[in-house]
Design a binder for this molecule. Structure first.
Ligand code: COA
Length: 370
């Protein structure tokens, strides 16, 4: 008896986050995501994951200092960066550069200082790649800027506005962890073999790239742009469904009601997006929900986190093709915390498969095979 897609199969214990898909609730270490999104920064969430508690002011300052000190890239990563063609997809560049961070080091078990360094370096790598593909030299990270603000600064060379920083920081808080999603599972599988943190992160990045996981938000923006005007939404979306295409930004394995992160991001998008763009996005959302509920009532398809992620990241000033990789700027904190959790309670993850191939066969010598 197999369970397609491992739906509902419990394969690990975690104290990091819990998704209650029936009620539309997401918890990080006991805190409701709605409360966290209102009150804490990305760095506070990272502290919560890595140290088990929200930080005091002194602990937060110490973590911010550590993150800022780790933003320098090693030569191996800079050399690989220069070798990447400018046409490389940013998520592929990030996966390659994360591997390069570890070049020449002996195999060491994942530890907290590495988790902090890797999380600090992820946006630096991404911004350096984005500038390199535009023919620009990387900028020097600013120790006075927090994670979100420094990332935006390293991309543009300009100090971002308060609204841009708030949009990105809230996004980073919301996306930091989500139970045993595909990329986190991939990271934990690699960790369970005794491998290093960089290999875990590279595996997670490979999983995140897929359009069914982290690759959706740029496609949401493509969809909204292709629809172009509110009155086109119904015809466009009916056409896509008739062609058996999936509407990006809807549906989720866990949530059978609205994803709480989508609700928070909708509110944020209302504040930070151009009013005409927000009105169009909202019409697209309403139309998509109506058509999906009309055509697939049994599936209970609702807006997922990716729908308004696209609008918020767009308003924060990020180019569309950086959206998936920017998801990793946030999720690196969750991935690394899961890897450390796996290492602390490890047994190799090695499930079984039902064999459905041919019955016993005899080997025919090579020159006698038809
Ligand atoms: N648009 C249209 N149909 C959808 C849909 C969507 N966004 N999401 C699911 N469905 C349909 C599927 O086609 C499937 O019908 P079928 O069995 O006739 O093919 C049915 O609903 C169940 O889908 P399934 O892929 O089995 O659900 P899942 O729980 O395994 O997958 C997702 C969840 C997220 C992969 C899926 O909803 C999806 O592809 N969404 C669009 C991509 C997206 O937004 N990804 C970001 C996720 S945060």
């Amino acid at each position: 008896m197999i369970t397609q897609g491992l739906e509902g199969v419990i394969v690990a214990q975690t104290a990091l986050s819990r998704v209650d898909g029936a009620r539309g609730v997401l918890i990080y270490r006991g805190y409701d995501i709605r409360d966290l999104a209102r009150a804490v920064s990305f760095e506070e969430v990272a502290h919560l994951f890595w140290y088990g508690a929200l930080p005091t002011r002194a602990q937060l300052d110490a973590l911010k200092k550590q993150l800022a000190q780790q933003r320098t890239l090693p030569d191996a990563a800079l050399n690989v960066l220069r070798a990447l063609p400018p046409t490389t997809a940013p998520i592929d560049a990030l996966r390659t550069l994360v591997s390069a961070l570890d070049a020449g080091r002996p195999l060491t078990p994942p530890d907290l200082p590495q988790a902090i360094a890797l999380t600090a370096q992820t946006p630096v790598l991404l911004a350096a790649f984005d500038r390199a593909r535009r023919g620009l030299a990387p900028l020097t990270p600013r120790p006075d800027l927090d994670h979100a603000a420094n990332y935006l600064y390293l991309l543009s060379g300009e100090i971002p506005t308060t609204a841009q920083v708030r949009a990105l920081d809230t996004y980073l808080v919301l996306l930091a962890d989500h139970g045993l999603n595909a990329s986190t599972f991939a990271a934990r599988v690699v960790a369970s073999t005794g491998s290093d943190l960089y290999s875990c992160a590279a595996a997670a990045l490979g999983a995140l790239k897929g359009p069914l996981h982290g690759g959706a938000p740029s496609r949401v923006l493509d969809m909204i742009e292709a629809i172009g005007a509110e009155e086109n939404a119904e015809t466009w979306m009916r056409g896509a469904l008739a062609r058996k295409e999936r509407l990006m930004g809807f549906g989720h394995r866990m949530y059978k009601t609205t994803d709480p992160r989508a609700e928070i991001l909708r509110g944020l998008a209302r504040d930070v997006c151009a009013p005409a763009f927000f009105a169009l996005a909202q019409r697209v959302e309403e139309t998509g929900l109506r058509l999906l509920h009309e055509q697939r009532p049994a599936e209970r398809l609702y807006t997922n986190v990716e729908f308004y992620s696209a609008a918020v990241l767009h308003a924060a000033g990020l180019p569309k093709d950086l959206f998936t990789a920017t998801f990793a700027v946030s999720r690196m904190s969750g991935w690394t915390a899961h890897v450390l959790e796996q290492v602390n309670h490890n047994r190799i993850i090695r499930p079984d498969a039902e064999y459905v191939g041919p019955a016993a066969q005899s080997v025919i010598p090579l020159d006698q095979r038809a």
